[in-house]
Design a protein. Structure first.
Length: 94
């Protein structure tokens, strides 16, 4: 059985002291033994500043980056609804 934790929309809101501590504990418990999947629009180079505490950020990022596979998606967002066609054909007779 695969046991994975998904951290979706990583970096969307600020971390307070307790959240930083909890996040470090979770990441530390999982490091090198269990899968952790992170989705984020925040570029990796900004993660350290987002954590907000240099020592905790170093510890978290060190554990996350030991064994990782990075997938960078490009192109239009699939969440956006398609725009309606503004040039609809007039199907009614004149």
């Amino acid at each position: 059985m695969l046991r994975a934790t998904l951290l979706d929309d990583w970096g969307m809101s600020a971390l307070d002291v307790q959240a930083r501590s909890d996040l470090l504990e979770i990441i530390d418990d999982r490091a090198a033994s269990k899968a952790t999947i992170i989705t984020s629009q925040l570029p990796i180079e900004h993660w350290h500043a987002w954590v907000g505490d240099a020592t905790i950020a170093d510890a978290i990022l060190d554990r996350l980056m030991q064994k990782n596979h990075r997938l960078t998606l490009t192109g239009e967002s699939l969440r956006q609804k398609p725009k309606p066609d503004t040039k609809e054909k007039n199907t009614q007779p004149s």
